[in-house]
Design a protein around this ligand. Structure first.
Ligand SMILES: C[S@@+](CC[C@H](N)C(=O)[O-])C[C@H]1O[C@@H](n2cnc3c(N)ncnc32)[C@H](O)[C@@H]1O
Length: 368
């Protein structure tokens, strides 16, 4: 592992960052009451995790801890309390995304209502939770989303990577991070977008641009570079001046948020060290010859595949009038190069959501 050098612009200790990440991992492993990620059980088997409880209003509720048994009895009027443990398992926690599924839910639906090699559709796929679960259960899937950032994120989360390439690229990247040289960043390396210098402090702009430039220049496959681009994207909100805890991207003066020089570099190292092992585990579990695709330029109102091609659709609502998705990850989209000016065209395509219509103009075949 690279360590701090004489020429470091900031005194960054990778050992300290590693210790912090190890502590975080320890905490996470500790809080699952039923053994953590349920895929460690043979598929289809569950722990004794379903209990009838009575809440404070005297109502009967079925409480399910962790993996939901495929044959769970569900009758009209039944009420459930699902406790999820897998929200940051494998690649599920790679990046924040508003109103994500908890993975156990699409996993249960896919297991219950489809078979291996079937084709599953999520027409509002967001961060790709359904597709990842379908993939791990050996179902092909299509994820449709109007938002280019969603498609990029889903593709990264559902693409297995070569372990040795991932580890060697991580090593090189961390070495560049420790030997940060702001003089290597030119104005042309910094993306232009509205109010950039209000959203970010100058030091942070230079650090993020340095990391972005370093990732782009890596001698690695595009899939590996995309993984590290998403790692970088995942720290953007935290190192901006915007409120971390608000779905919309807003600066709250009263919050008095402080972002310090070197924060972007250190946070990036943290998410890389945290997520590379998760990506490796995902890649090991991911079956080959099963496709998860996220077509460009498609909208749930005009899906260019035959309806009959799909064996199952699993989705959650687009929340068109509740969550302003383009605004939620506008800073991430600007830095990823997926947006550079007005967000209005994308917002408009979401507001116009009136009817969900499947059209029959597809040429999708199972071998795609
Ligand atoms: C609630 S999120 C889906 C979250 C997803 N279940 C997950 O686990 O990440 C809804 C998604 O619908 C997308 N959306 C909104 N209007 C759409 C449309 N007309 N066609 C396709 N996707 C749309 C949004 O971009 C957003 O990503």
């Amino acid at each position: 592992m690279p360590t701090m050098t004489e020429s470091s612009f900031y005194p960054i200790s990778l050992d300290e960052i590693e210790t912090k990440v190890a502590r975080k991992n320890g905490r996470r492993n500790g809080w699952s009451s039923n053994g953590g990620y349920q895929f460690s059980l043979p598929l289809g088997q569950c722990l004794d995790n379903v209990k009838e409880i009575v809440n404070e209003f005297g109502e009967r509720i079925t409480r399910v801890d962790g993996d939901i048994p495929a044959d769970l009895s569900v009758n009209d009027g039944d009420r459930f309390l699902f406790i999820s443990y897998d929200q940051s398992a494998l690649t599920h926690g790679l990046h924040r995304y508003p109103a994500k599924f908890f993975p156990e839910l699409p996993r249960w639906l896919v297991k219950r209502y489809s078979n291996e090699n079937d084709l599953v559709l999520d027409p509002f796929s967001g961060s790709g939770t359904t597709n990842i679960e379908a993939l791990l259960l050996r179902r092909h899937s299509v994820g449709i989303d109007v938002d280019p950032f969603s498609r990029f994120l889903s593709k990264v989360k559902a693409t297995p990577l070569d372990e040795s390439e991932l580890k060697s690229t991580q090593e090189r990247l961390l070495r560049f991070m420790v030997n940060y040289q702001p003089s290597k960043v030119f104005e042309s390396d910094i993306p232009c977008f509205p109010y950039r210098d209000n959203w970010f402090n100058r030091e942070i702009i230079l650090e993020v641009a340095y990391l972005k430039k370093t990732i782009e220049a890596l001698d690695a496959s595009n899939d590996v570079k995309d993984f590290f681009k998403i790692c970088l994207s995942s720290i953007i909100r935290a190192v901006s001046n915007a409120d971390d805890n608000c779905t919309r991207t807003v600066i709250r003066k009263k919050l008095n948020k402080r972002v310090y020089p070197s924060d972007a570099l250190k946070r990036f190292a943290e998410v890389v060290l945290f997520n590379v092992p998760k990506m490796i585990e995902f890649s090991q579990r991911c079956p080959r010859n099963v496709a998860a695709i996220f077509p460009e330029d498609m909208d749930a109102r005009s899906i260019r595949y035959e309806e009959e091609n799909f064996d199952l659709a699993v989705t959650s609502p687009p929340y068109a009038n509740a969550v302003d998705y383009p605004r939620t990850h506008q800073l991430e989209s600007y830095w990823s190069g997926l947006a550079n000016g007005s967000l209005t065209p994308l917002k408009k395509s979401m507001w116009e959501l009136k009817a969900f219509r499947l059209t029959n103009t597809s040429n999708f075949t199972r071998s795609e």
